[in-house]
Design a protein around this ligand. Sequence first.
Ligand code: LLP
Length: 421
Amino acid sequence: MHHFTYRNGVLHAEDVSIDRIAAEVGTPFYCYSDATLTRHYQVFTDALAGLDATVCFAVKANSNLAVVRTLVGLGAGCDVVSGGELRLALKAGADPRKIVFSGVGKTADELKLALAMGVGQINVESEPELDQLSAIANAAGKTVRVALRVNPDVDAGSHDKISTGRKEDKFGIEWTLAPQLYRKARTLPGIAPTAVAVHIGSQITELAPFEAAFTRVRDLVALLRADGIDIRHVDLGGGLGVPYDHASPPPPTPAAYGDMVRRVFGNLGCALAFEPGRLIVGNAGILVTCVTLIKEGTSHRFTVVDAGMNDLVRPAMYDAHHDVMTIAQPRTAETVATDVVGPVCESSDRFARSVLLPILAPGDLIAFMTAGAYGSSMSSTYNSRPLVPEVLVKGDRFAVVRRRPSFDEMTALEQLPPWIG
Ligand code: LLP
């Protein structure tokens, strides 16, 4: 469910026509819908009704300040994975106590920053990190709430590159090794091991892997408690998938996910944290791009657009599917098969292969749908292309929430060494 619909023959974001934004901002640009963001956050929190739950938005999915601020305004905490994301969450007004700091390679400086800012929970992913955090917390005279992120060795059934809960993945502490590390953590100064965390991957389209992982976590909590380790918080990560491709069966609803969580954790007496990213922002954003030219080959028709893989890398990186919509509503049912490609000098700069689209001409606008998560946040300036603007729509208003940089801004951090004249 989202708020990008045709009205009077033109795709609108809520009450604003996309071509009006394109005329003012230029293409390509990301466009987000406040109503969709809000709705998704509320649907997810409603699905957790009755649980002692905190929703920490995974900032990596979309780190635009206005997007994060919108979610924080609705009551969200933040899941962050770097000092930069931590600062961004704080800048967006997040309550530090509702910030969870995850990540497999936090540096000493990042851990110090997290302690100084009073972050609510640090999810530790290895024994060396635990030792380092203890030393840092002890030196600062602080005690920090720690979860060990366990790797439950469960295959999320998602794309290989976004699965994180198998033994061979770098994430977390193998669940069979976790009890002994909790016993050690209990003895370390500055560490309060009162939480368990898990996150098995992203774009998960079945409940079974979640349930298998969560059941392992629940059993671990029971075992640790029997050992006298007072676990009070469980962080269940993110990962619930969204519909990208309407030809595939839809992923489980947040309500079904919530029911499963209640089934597994209902009477455990733990506060629960969730770290959804994609579910909240995926459908709330689109990437709007303009057709530059049509190139006809003997076997292929290429629709070349002004957005590239640097702007939306998911198709190149994960063979991800994004529905294509024309901004002008098609007047006839006539379609033609075409590849949709960008201008970047890589063959992988292809958004869609042999997709059936209305007949397009240079200057026509199209949108890649469901691009709000891991779109802008993964973009780069490859081929010296400027990062694209981001626009937030609310009702009949829109605002540029990140503008396009000038060439001088793009190169402002570079300088020639003294030996070049
Ligand atoms: N928590 C942790 C510890 C994570 O590593 C992630 C995502 C999340 C939460 C949020 O997961 P979500 O609810 O968004 O599935 N770039 C890839 C996705 C990478 C996900 C990385 N971790 C993509 O474009 O599909």
